[in-house]
Design a protein around this ligand. Structure first.
Ligand SMILES: Cc1cc2nc3c(=O)[nH]c(=O)nc-3n(C[C@H](O)[C@H](O)[C@H](O)COP(=O)(O)O)c2cc1C
Ligand code: SF4
Length: 518
């Protein structure tokens, strides 16, 4: 009987040598006359263990990692293909604490299935959501999404159902569904993993959205730096089309939906939804003034649903398992789970899907194991380059959109970037302003000019040129950017700047904050 070994094909695993390891396993097996089959599965997202090779045994999958080419002969010597003991052995993969304690709903198939196998996808619940949706009136689909409490995972956390309802209610001969897969935030990769690892889940979610609102055309706008995601999504769209899941007559129900994959323009601002629409239309990615909102006047001026990859990818599960199932996860008004992405100076970086309510401390220390450098953690930036630096006193705040906002932090897309005590927060604040200056679309003055002036003010501040006046100027400038910018690029850049200044003033040459009594 042939033995199946799983080697991930996710681009993070590939970067760590997964292709070479798969080749070495194949060569060794042939040389030893051992019949094996290599399945190229998605990644579990336990990146410090990649390439993580899994062996299918009667007791489930046994893991070995991180495997390098030089380890392959000794793995065969130890009969790892039968689950044999080896120093790289990790035991049953599902029992690895990092994975075991997660609440994987959208990422349940991650690391388990072959991304482009419709058979694998359907064997683990794939397309159940669409089948449920096809049995209901369109308005009921939207009601289920509304009842689930699902909020947009791209950053602004706007309720998905309300957006869909607006598009459904708009009168037009042509409507669109657009997936924002630009994923430009620092430290984020859950969209990429979804597209590379479970692409039919995104296609299914977008199809359900299209049916619910009456759209017949869709686009997935994928960042240009993701060639593997672009290729996987293109192939998945072709396979779904061939199988009748995307067609003029979806599964014989008379519903029509077609999907096109677009490679993005390579600018951070093209992730802003209206700049993205301009880019898809073939124009320069410049932000449009709102109103009109894209739900009413979106792509080519037509009503358009725009959601993030994870937002769409969550929908099939909600339709299959019901609104209550999903809503029961989470805290407050933050329902469900969030695939959080732990990066930066952290020992065990990876993907952690947990219900809202988990704390940064649990994520950084229980999962992440603290810093990779072994030095104390100093600051954590959550929510991308425009997210605040969260100081230690807020690491026990439950991950919840409202609770985070109450302490001046943002959840955003769930990207968590850890810094140790060697980080210079004044330089990180300067970088935020510089990033905004480089990435600004240039449409409004507070962002276009303000960010350049911001870099200069921070330089004068750390250069000790009349510090009190520079602090006042910097705060004034941030106030103008926050309140006068046309989009979140300019209005949120002050988040990292002010959080660095407020929580780590000593890095700017100012007096250290008073330590609070325990
Ligand atoms: C500068 C900027 C960049 C953004 N980049 C992204 C992105 O890469 N992906 C994303 O989904 N949303 C991004 N957004 C948010 C989108 O404008 C929009 O709110 C989101 O795609 C809506 O989907 P959701 O409701 O599912 O979150 C960005 C916003 C701004 C201001
Ligand atoms: S805030 Fe910046 S990115 Fe947004 S519209 Fe104004 S100039 Fe463009």
């Amino acid at each position: 009987m042939s033995i199946t070994l799983c080697v991930p094909c996710d681009s993070a695993a590939l970067a760590l040598g997964a292709d070479e390891v798969a080749q070495a396993i194949q060569t060794q097996a042939a040389a030893r006359g051992i019949a094996i089959e290599i399945a190229r599965t998605s990644s579990r997202g336990l990146f410090w263990l990649e390439p993580l090779v899994e062996v299918q045994t009667a007791q489930g999958r046994i893991g070995y990692g991180p495997v390098q080419v030089k380890d392959v002969p000794s793995l065969f010597d130890a009969a790892f293909h039968h689950g044999g003991a080896h120093p790289l052995g990790l035991g049953p993969v599902e029992e690895i604490p990092y994975l075991k304690h997660q609440e994987r709903l959208t990422f349940a198939r991650m690391g388990v299935t072959r991304p482009l196998s419709l058979e694998d996808y359907q064997s683990l619940g794939g397309y159940e959501g669409l089948r449920h949706a096809l049995q209901r009136p369109d308005a009921e689909i939207i009601q289920v999404v509304l009842d689930s409490g699902l909020r947009g995972r791209g950053g602004a956390a706007f309720p998905a159902g309300i957006k869909w309802k607006t598009v459904a209610g708009a009168a037009s001969h042509q409507k669109y569904v657009v997936c924002n897969a630009d994923e430009g935030d620092s430290g984020t990769y859950s969209d990429r993993m979804t597209m590379e690892g479970d692409p039919f889940m995104l296609i299914e979610g977008m199809t359900i959205a299209a049916i619910a609102v009456g759209a017949t055309e869709g686009y997935v706008y994928i960042r240009s730096e993701y060639p593997h995601a672009v290729a996987t999504m293109r192939e998945a769209v072709a396979l779904a089309t061939a199988a009748g899941f995307l067609s003029n007559n979806i599964l014989g129900t008379g519903h029509r939906f077609h999907l096109e994959v677009r490679k993005a323009a390579g600018a951070y601002v093209c992730g802003e939804e209206t700049a993205m629409l301009e880019s898809i239309e073939g124009k320069r990615g410049v932000v449009r003034a709102k109103p009109p909102i894209p739900a009413l006047h979106g792509l080519f001026g037509q009503p358009t649903v725009i959601n993030n990859v994870i937002t769409f990818a969550t929908v099939p599960l909600i339709l299959a398992k019901g609104a209550k199932f999903y809503k029961d996860y989470g805290v407050g008004r933050s329902h469900g789970t969030l695939p959080m992405q732990l990066t930066g100076n952290v020992k065990h970086g990876g993907l952690i899907e947990k219900a809202f309510g988990v704390t940064l401390r649990e994520l950084i220390f229980d999962y992440g194991g603290g810093t990779a450098s072994g030095r104390p953690v100093k600051a954590v930036q959550v929510g991308g380059p425009l997210g605040s630096y969260v100081p230690p006193e807020h690491w026990d705040v439950p991950m919840d959109y409202e609770a985070f906002a109450a302490v001046g932090a943002t959840v955003g897309h769930g990207g968590i970037v850890v810094h140790d005590d060697s980080a210079d927060m004044a330089q990180l604040a300067r970088y935020a302003m510089e990033f905004c200056a480089v990435e600004s679309c240039g449409k409004c003055t507070p962002c276009r000019i303000g960010s350049t002036r911001g870099v200069e003010v921070i330089d004068r501040l750390v250069g000790d040129q009349n510090r009190p006046q520079q602090v006042k100027l910097l705060r004034d400038l941030c106030d103008t950017m926050q309140n006068g910018s046309l989009c979140a690029m300019g209005s949120m850049t002050p988040n990292p700047v002010l959080s660095a200044l407020n929580h780590y003033p000593q890095d700017f040459g100012l007096a250290a904050p008073q330590t609070k009594a325990a």
